[in-house]
Write a protein that binds this ligand. Structure first.
Ligand SMILES: Cc1cc2nc3c(=O)[nH]c(=O)nc-3n(C[C@H](O)[C@H](O)[C@H](O)COP(=O)(O)OP(=O)(O)OC[C@H]3O[C@@H](n4cnc5c(N)ncnc54)[C@H](O)[C@@H]3O)c2cc1C
Length: 367
């Protein structure tokens, strides 16, 4: 993976009492940090043993991308004691711009996340730059402190609920030059980078017969598209594939791609193993999505194998089959764009707020 210090080198926001007070005053909002609003002392009403001071977080959010930060924002605003643990490797870090998020179209991914981190800090959410290395579930996921979360730096925290928003990793084709140029002129998604390169000469590096679909899709953005079959045999394409490719004006070139050609830090073409050179300024590839779902698997979540990776089975709120554990963003599906990830985090958080409240009320009723 590309090192994030350049594109993601924004200071980690960890809320201190001072900054929290300053922020509260500056905003003029009626924001209290969760410690001030703790309702543990109100006997006979709601007892929140997971509140500030008990050492147990209401929620630990694993991953601080769009999904995790969005969940944290909603949880913080609902006065739930929330910790975000983020390893700082968001999927779109190789790209200098983020498209298709209404009102944020074209914003730098690092800027988007920095704004999110600033927003969650206003509500007393703690964010640490670390990696969760292990999670264990001690009970049935409905009691306080059921989850023990181990961080790489050695810290161990307890949580009543978990949000797993760990995203996925793109495993790129092993063609020299592809990894270096990914997110610049080697692209994977025309919705992310289509408009910006419209009408340029596109190549599509086939990874399987499904790459026909990618070649057809990108023809929406340029009429000059070449599908390089690479390791795919021509016979693997169906008659319908060939007819559609012809109708879209996509040229099909058999033969393995050996390397990318670059001049002045710009893609200029591809060289095939037979030595032939094809001038192209954009190459679409199909990375293999590798969801970061190890923690969920360790917790025993039911998983669903798909052609695009193995993802947890979730309900519409992102609740996995493990009680108390929600998931959102690319951790539940490869096609989750930033706006979907943010929305998924919101949905999960809202469900958790209700779930924790009902647990607290039930505990108050039973004493
Ligand atoms: C090159 C490229 C360009 C893209 N452009 C766009 C675009 O223009 N528009 C768009 O909508 N989408 C775009 N996408 C897709 C976008 O990246 C995803 O939709 C988005 O990142 C998903 O958000 P997420 O929160 O699920 O995951 P991520 O953003 O990947 O965040 C997951 C976070 O969890 C952290 N993490 C993982 N494991 C752990 C752990 N064990 N402990 C702690 N932290 C952990 C990671 O380090 C990371 O910071 C692009 C993708 C790529 C590859």
């Amino acid at each position: 993976m590309r090192q994030r210090s350049g594109t993601f080198g924004v200071e980690v926001v960890t809320m201190t009492e001072h900054t929290r007070n300053t922020q509260d005053t500056r905003d003029g909002q009626n924001i209290r940090n969760a410690r001030d609003t703790e309702r543990n002392g109100n006997a006979g009403r709601i007892r929140r043993t997971g509140g500030h001071g008990s050492g147990t977080h209401d929620v630990v959010v694993v991953g601080g991308g769009a999904a995790g930060l969005s969940a944290a924002l909603v949880l913080g605003r609902a006065r739930r004691r929330t910790l975000v643990v983020d390893a700082g490797e968001p999927r779109n870090a190789p790209s200098s711009h983020m498209q298709g998020y209404l009102s944020r179209d074209g914003m730098a991914p690092a800027e988007f996340l920095a704004a999110g981190r600033e927003e969650i800090a206003r509500y007393g959410v703690e964010l640490v730059r670390d990696r969760v290395t292990d999670v264990t579930r001690d009970g049935d996921g409905t009691r306080d402190g059921d989850f023990t979360v181990v961080l790489g730096a050695g810290r161990t925290v307890r949580a009543r609920r978990l949000v797993v928003a760990t995203g996925l990793k793109d495993e790129l084709p092993a063609v020299p030059g592809v990894a270096e140029r990914f997110g610049r002129d080697v692209l994977h998604c025309p919705f992310c980078h289509g408009w910006e390169v419209r009408d340029e000469p596109f190549g599509v590096l086939a990874a399987g017969p499904a790459s026909v679909h990618q070649a057809l899709m990108v023809s929406q953005w340029s009429k000059d598209v070449v599908l390089f079959l690479h390791t795919v045999a021509e016979e693997e394409l169906s008659g319908q594939d060939l007819r559609r490719l012809a109708a879209a004006g996509v040229d099909v070139v058999p033969g393995e791609v050996a390397e990318l050609l670059v001049e002045d830090d710009r893609l200029t073409g591809v060289r095939l193993a037979d030595g032939s050179v094809h001038a192209r300024s954009v190459l679409y590839v199909a990375p293999r999505p590798v969801p970061r779902t190890g923690l969920l698997e360790r917790l025993g979540a039911e998983m669903d194998e798909t052609p695009f990776g193995t993802y947890p089975v979730v309900d519409p709120t992102g609740l996995t089959t493990v009680p108390g554990v929600w998931a959102a963003g690319n951790a539940i599906g490869f096609a989750e764009q930033v706006v979907h990830a943010a929305s998924g985090g919101y949905r999960a958080a809202a469900a958790i707020v209700g779930d924790l409240l009902m647990a607290d009320l039930d505990a108050a009723v039973t004493g």
